[in-house]
Design a protein around this ligand. Structure first.
Ligand code: MG
Length: 269
């Protein structure tokens, strides 16, 4: 019975895709995960990855942000960088000339990242706050981030994501017109909406086991993002489910799949 329900939802999503028509609906928005880094001269979370996402016309460039010991914001996925714990290191420690990304850049500051983003003013800035849930850390990181957005005039381009529910709530409180997508994967969309959060960004396995959450999110006027989708079959399944955004390490591949997608190609579930 549950399988039948899932299949009905999937078929409904597929029909809606067809009804919308490809000319007027180019499909899900493509977000380059940690920028577009799987290409010459790039590296994850580098300035180059942001610019290369802009060059290929990605809807958004996703990046991860950490706070240093001297309360500076830097772009990096992990809590540590080249053996240094970011929260225990100053910006000067991290920007040591000997510590470089794979493409030769120094670890970017948030300011550098936002300034570079002005070259592609249409592209969204999918900002992930890395947090272990400490309220003081989150308050400082969010305050300083919003100050930086204002400094560069990019507030409207920011879409906030985090595994920290409290950080999502706080960002939503301070930037209520922006998209805020919770990453955790364990909460039903309606529960998040009650907390003021207007989007979900879950691992694709969550949507494969709970496709009804896509419908529930849309009923709540919430945006549905999915990470990290690099595999052809998973791309197709997310298209069928009706994801609004696809976060991927292979943005050009996803673009090609969307542009050539036919509902008759529906994979067997
Ligand atoms: Mg991230």
């Amino acid at each position: 019975m549950q399988d039948m329900k899932k299949m009905m939802l999937i078929l409904l999503a597929g029909c809606l895709l067809v009804a919308c028509g490809k000319e007027s609906a180019p499909g899900p928005q493509i977000v380059a995960h940690r920028g577009y880094w799987k290409t010459e001269g790039s590296a994850q979370n580098s300035i180059a990855s942001l610019l290369k996402a802009g060059e290929i016309g990605a809807y958004g460039s996703e990046f991860d942000v950490n706070l240093t010991a001297d309360n500076e914001l830097v772009v990096n996925h992990d809590f540590s960088y080249k053996g240094l714990v970011i929260r225990e290191s100053t910006l000067a420690d991290l920007r040591n000339d000997t510590l470089r990304l794979d493409n030769g850049e120094l670890i970017p500051t948030l300011d550098e990242y936002l300034e570079a983003s002005l070259q592609y003013p249409e592209m969204k800035l999918v900002f992930e706050l890395k947090s272990k849930g400490d309220p003081a850390y989150e308050a400082t990181a969010i305050r300083k981030s919003i100050e930086a957005f204002k400094r560069y005039g990019v507030q409207k381009r920011v879409e906030f994501i985090s595994f920290s529910l409290s950080a999502c709530q706080e960002f939503a409180r301070q930037m209520p017109r922006n998209r805020v997508e919770y990453l955790g994967g364990e909460m039903a969309p309606a529960e998040l909406k009650k907390l003021g959060i207007n989007g979900i960004d879950y691992h694709h396995s969550v949507f494969l086991s709970k496709p009804e959450w896509v419908v529930e999110a849309h009923e709540q006027d919430m945006v549905v993002n999915v990470w990290t989708v690099d595999d052809d079959e998973v791309i197709e399944r997310m298209l069928l489910l009706g994801a609004d955004q696809i976060t991927t390490n292979v943005p050009e591949r996803v673009r090609e799949k969307i542009d050539t997608y036919e509902v008759k190609d529906m994979p067997a579930f």
